[in-house]
Ligand binder design. Structure first.
Ligand SMILES: Cc1cc2nc3c(=O)[nH]c(=O)nc-3n(C[C@H](O)[C@H](O)[C@H](O)COP(=O)(O)OP(=O)(O)OC[C@H]3O[C@@H](n4cnc5c(N)ncnc54)[C@H](O)[C@@H]3O)c2cc1C
Length: 402
């Protein structure tokens, strides 16, 4: 019998978690290949540490080639299209076939809307290095963080950023010369996480003089006039940091794996294991399924859903019963610069799971996981910040180790 081919698309959070888990269960029993357009696994949350100057670029990545020690073949090329009806992905170096596909291709940033290219950001390494220069030469003035849309990478990040900037500018002795303003579509900070955490941040922002412009309806950036234009309001800036909205990776376009949601076109996936409702050999635990599932576009849910996808694939390849894992809770970690917050969320599944294949199209219903308003703060303390650092550095160090 020929060995089953398991293809992992993407070498980021989901791709590396899938490679690790599958190599533990299937080494020698399946051909595991990971395809990525980069030679390296980057840990995106550390891009903010690069921008703040607390980490160097070489500390935020690991070579994917280390996965070969685990029996995973790594192919560096760009995927141009996923073609599930033919069980293949098309790449710039030819087609790759599979028996099972686990795809975690992240998302693409939209800097072209709202004139966002006028601002600094830390969403790429190049951007983080420029932001580091911009922040270190900033001597005070109006510092504005502008998030025009709700769906961006890491729902908590703009709020962490505002707080970290406040702490950093205090340390530099220029906080009194600086106004910090965060513009965001949520009426209240981190609103979907519930009143407890939202209220905590509201009070923190108020007591530390961080202006929050919530429920903002963005028009765009007037670069010449140095102001962010909102419906009925203009916010002037000296230094602008932008939070780009995210969009579907182009490789999924016209793949039959997507659906239109109120937040745009995204991949559709089962909430318990990220299996495509249309192709049962395709799993989509990447960030590109989070808007469909009603979960934040963040590494934590990607990580846990990928573990469920890998368990399903391993069980089917080995012919062993699969213990359905699903996600019943989620722990989010916030770094506020001097404090951290550990946020626990209970996840429940709604009766209407949102998965409806109507023969030739998906009918979008409600998101599958009802997590809104069921989060609570576990620990608000400098220790929580330390815990976040420990969790993230151990992920970086152990993600590819045998
Ligand atoms: C500044 C910042 C802070 C963050 N903070 C947090 C946090 O505190 N907590 C949290 O949970 N999340 C956080 N996130 C979000 C988190 O990093 C992402 O949600 C997570 O990385 C998504 O995982 P993924 O595997 O879908 O995508 P990624 O990790 O981005 O991986 C995608 C992979 O696919 C590859 N790829 C993409 N397109 C192609 C293609 N066409 N062909 C081949 N390869 C391709 C990429 O090179 C990459 O290897 C943060 C992100 C940023 C930028």
């Amino acid at each position: 019998m020929t060995a089953k081919k398991v293809l992992i698309a993407g070498g980021g959070v989901g791709g590396v978690v899938a490679a690790k888990k599958l190599s533990e269960r299937l080494k020698g029993k399946a051909e595991i290949t990971l395809v990525s357009d980069s030679d390296y696994f980057y840990w995106p949350p550390y891009l903010s540490d690069v921008a703040f100057g607390s980490m160097g670029p070489s500390e935020i990545y690991q070579p994917l080639s280390r996965l070969s020690e685990r029996g995973v073949k790594v192919v560096k090329t760009k995927i141009t299209k996923v073609v599930p009806e033919n069980r293949k992905v098309m790449t710039e170096s030819g087609d790759l076939g599979y028996d099972y596909l686990i795809a975690s291709l992240g998302s693409v940033y939209d800097f072209s809307s709202y004139g966002l290219s006028a601002g600094m950001h830390n969403y790429t390494l190049e951007g983080a290095l420029k932001m580091r220069e911009g922040l270190s030469s900033f001597g005070g003035g109006k510092l504005v963080i502008f998030a025009p849309e709700m769906v961006h990478r890491c729902g908590m990040y703009p709020f962490e950023l505002a707080s970290r900037l406040d702490v950093s500018l205090r340390k530099r002795g220029i906080r009194e010369k600086t106004d910090i303003t965060l513009i965001h579509p949520f009426e209240k900070p981190v609103q979907p996480l519930g009143r407890e955490i939202s209220g905590y941040l509201e009070e923190r922002f108020r007591s530390r003089g961080i202006n929050y412009v919530g429920g903002a309806k963005p028009v765009g950036i007037d670069q010449a006039g140095k102001k962010v234009e909102l419906e009925g309001e203009e916010v002037p800036y000296d230094l602008l940091v932008v939070i780009p909205p995210i969009r579907l990776p182009p490789a999924f376009r016209e793949s039959g794996l997507t659906t239109n949601t109120p937040a745009g076109e995204w991949t559709a996936a089962d909430p318990s294991n990220a299996r495509s409702p249309r192709y049962d050999d395709v799993f989509l635990p990447g960030e590109h399924s989070m808007p469909f599932l009603g979960l934040p576009a963040a590494g934590v849910p990607v990580h846990f859903l990928t573990l469920s996808s890998a368990a399903e694939v391993a069980g089917e390849v080995l012919g062993e019963p699969v213990d359905p894992q699903g996600m019943s809770s989620m722990v989010l970690l916030m770094d506020l610069g001097d404090q951290g917050v550990i946020v626990g969320c209970d996840l429940g599944r709604r009766e209407n799971s949102g998965l409806a294949w109507a023969g030739d199209h998906y009918e979008y219903k409600e998101p599958g996981l009802d997590w809104v308003g069921k989060c609570y703060s576990v620990l608000t303390s400098p220790l929580s910040r330390f815990a976040k650092d420990m969790v993230y550095s151990s992920f970086m160090l152990t993600s590819m180790r045998r």
